[in-house]
Design a protein around this ligand. Structure first.
Ligand SMILES: *[C@@H]1O[C@H](CO)[C@@H](O)[C@H](O)[C@H]1NC(C)=O
Ligand SMILES: *[C@@H]1O[C@H](CO)[C@@H](O)[C@H](O)[C@H]1NC(C)=O
Ligand SMILES: *[C@@H]1O[C@H](CO)[C@@H](O)[C@H](O)[C@H]1NC(C)=O
Ligand SMILES: *[C@@H]1O[C@H](CO)[C@@H](O)[C@H](O)[C@H]1NC(C)=O
Length: 358
């Protein structure tokens, strides 16, 4: 249950964001420099596996957008017995997110088998929704109607196989967590190798989704745990981009952050340590109940601008993450059997300016 005070905060935050969604053009929003440290408040776990006669152990890797007051969430289903697939659900109140029925995306042409870690956005030039995910390759499905989850097409691939550069660095890792973000001229495809490298390819926006070039290394760390997976890159306006990457620290999973003047970098560290993370154990409070998760793992900032530019106003960020009971996480069992659930964090130290929208 969410306590009354937090619920009131959530409702106020939702009300403050009930602005029209615009495809393709961004309102010139109030913005200011991001702080160099962040603080957040978390709900308890909101969404976990349901009793749907499926052997699902965890709900993971959420991608979330808000359209006219409805939140649309795509997420991975993790099953120690059956592997990974994905689901979709929607709701209007976080308080009731756990009641939303799941639509399992193996019921769509997207199909059965290994699919995981979705990212959803609206590709304005084609008036088409894209779901980008991993299926052993970097995959996508499309759908003209976000409200029709049965409409997601069968997987198609950005690459003909694992690119040589990624294959070469993959020993001991996994190729995961594909992410597309576009600027006015190009679309970029990021992915991680669970081995300390973040890769980037690009193609002219007019060619998307075809034509992704050979990847380059965007970011690299000597220790794989310092640059692990679940990277996301957002436009925060004014020609600035925010990059987040999930890492594994001494006290669980957390996110480091960088800013850059273009999607291709160069990337300047912002809050990028376990002691001063973008998001992690050190800067998230749990005002109601217990600290239900130490790890703040794979998730996304909530976007109200849903197009391929992934613009997020750098103001009162909200982030839907996956967390897990620390005792179970530390018990040494199978990673795919961990009972991951989803919860919401809301930024509490925003330095937004007070300029009016126009
Ligand atoms: C936009 O970026 C420039 C250069 O970094 C900065 O001087 C200016 O204050 C920024 N404007 C806003 C509205 O944030
Ligand atoms: C949002 O709601 C408005 C008013 O009902 C409607 O005109 C608009 O098409 C809706 N936008 C989306 C993206 O559904
Ligand atoms: C919410 O999800 C259901 C499937 O569970 C779908 O039929 C419905 O259209 C969705 N609602 C909206 C507003 O997209
Ligand atoms: C914005 O400005 C108004 C009027 O000066 C003030 O009442 C309000 O508290 C300000 N809001 C923020 C978030 O600073």
């Amino acid at each position: 249950m969410i306590g009354f005070t937090l619920l009131a905060t959530l409702i106020a935050a939702v009300a403050a964001r009930s602005l029209p969604v615009r495809h393709g053009s961004h309102s010139i929003a109030a913005r200011s420099a991001l702080p160099s440290s962040f603080t957040w408040t978390s709900t308890q776990a909101l969404v976990g596996p349901k009793d749907d006669n499926r052997p699902i152990d965890g709900i993971k890797d959420p991608s979330i957008i808000e359209i006219n007051g409805t939140y649309h969430v795509f997420a991975s289903t993790a099953s120690d017995a059956e592997g990974y697939n994905m689901l979709y659900f929607n709701f209007t109140d976080f308080e009731k997110a756990g009641d939303a029925p799941f639509f399992y995306l193996d019921q769509a042409p997207l199909g059965t088998g290994y699919r995981a870690a979705p990212e959803v956005f609206y590709f304005e030039p084609q008036s088409l929704w894209y779901l980008v995910y991993q299926d052993g390759n970097a995959a996508y499905s499309t759908n003209p109607d976000i409200s029709n989850p049965a409409g997601w097409t069968a997987p198609e691939h950005f690459y003909s196989g694992t690119p040589a550069l990624i294959e070469a660095g993959l020993e001991g890792g996994y190729w995961v967590d594909m992410w597309v973000v576009c600027d006015a001229t190009d679309c970029h495809l990021f992915s991680s190798d669970d081995n300390g490298r973040l890769y980037r390819s690009q193609t002219p926006i007019g060619d998307f989704p075809k034509g992704m070039n050979e990847p380059v290394i965007a970011l690299e760390e000597a220790s794989k745990y310092d640059l692990f997976e679940a990277s996301t890159i957002y436009s925060i306006g004014n020609g600035t981009y925010l990059t987040l990457v999930e890492c594994i620290g001494a006290n669980g999973r957390y996110f480091r952050s960088w800013t850059s003047p273009s999607i291709a970098g160069p990337y300047t560290p912002l809050a990028d340590t376990e002691a001063n993370p973008f998001l992690g154990l050190n800067n998230v409070e749990f005002p109601t109940g217990t600290r239900w998760s130490k790890s703040i793992s794979h998730g996304e900032l909530i976007r109200t601008n849903v197009d391929q530019n992934l613009y997020v106003e750098p103001c009162n960020f909200r982030f839907l993450y996956q967390g897990v009971d620390p005792e179970v996480e530390g018990s040494g069992g199978s990673y795919n059997a961990l009972p991951w659930k989803l919860a919401l964090v809301t930024q509490t130290n925003s330095e937004c300016s007070n300029a009016t929208m126009h």
